[in-house]
Design a binder for this molecule. Structure first.
Ligand SMILES: [Zn+2]
Length: 428
């Protein structure tokens, strides 16, 4: 709904503009804030006074006097760590991560829940809720300073209703996860696809701070992309944008979970890579590999992981090196397609394949740059996430903080955080 420009909307627009500048450019002076935004000095003074009174912004020190001591020192402003926080739930396929993030992107508390794929969604959510309450209560936080709960889901979602539509890797279908939490929390609940959430986290707190046109590319049991265009997440008509994992990479490749043949994720997701290694070991094609896989299986009866395969490649397994080189090349082709379609300034790559070594990432980045069309490839940087295994958690929590920093800048009805300030957060 378009709200027009009433005085209070303009004020709240300016307020969130200043908050975003503080987020990305602190420490920063009032003069700089005014010159970047074009706002008048009295407006900047009024708004920063308000933000300081609310305990969000503080003075950090002063600038050096201009002209070697003759000029006036200006106070430098910054966000106060821990002044506002959000809760994040990263609904991973194997591990669910739950944590508290502050307005500067610091993880203040976190916990993990190992997933049992046979558990019913309701039982999983109950477990998550218990851990969530313990995690929030483990730190000394005023409940009125929690901006909301963000939930990242590995699959298709309906952002407007908060429903999980389909998560092939979790096996959930049409589960009202957002409403489930909304019934139990006196907080705004924002649910989105996990990779889109990661994109939001990168834009606010990660390597995307300086780049409003960015794509995060994530490789896990599936493969997907979160697309941000001019500082807005692109979701498509019904939240289905970014399914790069189901673009064709090999017409004669294996059949994908989606029913078609040769999708990128059928050929080279974590699941596909692990399957290739296990099949090769079973068939005895590589004696050394067979021994490695056998030893891994003996250790507590666990399955082979991506970390194992990356380690074996690093330790000299030629079979694993070849598999990972192929993966890097194919993923690079997928990223080149994204570069050609969207002309982003930045691609941020994440997932287990990249956390343990740079082996696959380097191949991916080289192929992506070489294969993309010359004009869009000219100004794109391909980097690895700086969040490592916490990328999904930071992203999920960032969904709620995005509203805090951006809500009044959009045409959507902004959340009035002052209204929730005095409330407790957990109803049950
Ligand atoms: Zn597919």
């Amino acid at each position: 709904m378009y709200r027009g420009h009433s005085g209070s909307t303009v004020r709240s627009h300016n307020r969130s503009l200043l908050l975003r500048l503080l987020l990305r450019h602190e420490p920063i002076s009032r003069v700089e804030l005014a010159s970047i935004t074009g706002l008048t000095m009295p407006t900047v003074h009024g708004l920063t006074k308000e933000l300081m009174a609310e305990g969000i912004v503080e003075e950090l020190g002063t600038t050096d006097p201009q002209g070697g001591g003759a000029g006036r020192r200006a106070a430098l402003l910054g966000l106060i760590p821990g002044s506002w926080v959000s809760i994040g739930v990263d609904l991973g396929v194997q591990v669910i991560k739950i944590g508290v993030l502050d307005i500067k992107g610091e993880v203040l508390a976190k916990a993990e829940l190992v997933q049992n794929s046979r558990e019913k969604p309701d039982d999983v959510l109950n477990n998550v809720f218990e851990v969530l309450k313990d995690t929030v209560n483990s730190i000394d936080i005023d409940p009125g300073k929690i901006v909301g709960l963000g939930i990242g889901v590995p699959g298709l979602v309906d952002v407007s209703t908060g429903d999980v539509r389909r998560t092939p890797n979790l096996g959930w279908e049409d589960i009202p996860v957002g409403a489930w939490f909304q019934e139990r929390l006196a907080l705004p609940v924002i649910l989105d696809n996990n990779i889109r959430a990661m994109t939001v986290g990168e834009r606010m707190f990660g390597k995307g701070r300086e780049q409003p046109n960015l794509i995060s590319f994530y490789v896990g049991p599936g493969i997907g992309a979160g697309i941000m265009i001019n500082d807005e997440i692109f979701r498509g008509v019904n939240d289905g944008a970014g399914e790069v994992g189901h673009t064709l990479i090999d017409p004669s490749g294996p059949v994908c979970r989606c029913g078609r043949r040769g999708c990128l994720e059928a050929v080279t997701s974590d699941t596909a890579i692990i399957r290739k290694v296990q099949e090769a070991a079973k068939a005895g094609r590589d004696k050394e590999l067979r021994n490695l896989v056998f030893r891994a299986l003996q250790q507590g009866g666990r399955n082979v992981t991506i970390a194992d395969i990356v380690n074996w490649a690093e330790e000299g397994s030629l079979f694993c090196q070849t598999i990972l080189e192929d993966a890097g090349r194919l993923l690079g082709e997928g990223v080149a397609n994204l570069i050609n379609l969207f002309n982003p300034g930045l691609i941020i790559v994440g997932g287990d394949l990249f956390t343990h070594s740079d082996f696959v990432f380097e191949e991916l980045a080289a192929v992506a740059k070489a294969k993309a069309f010359s004009v869009p490839s000219k100004n794109v940087a391909v980097v690895k996430t700086g969040f490592g295994k916490e990328q999904g958690l930071v992203g999920a929590a960032a969904l709620a903080l995005w509203e805090f920093f951006y809500s009044s800048a959009t045409s959507q009805t902004p959340i009035d955080y002052h209204k929730i300030e005095k409330r407790g957060w957990a109803l049950h």
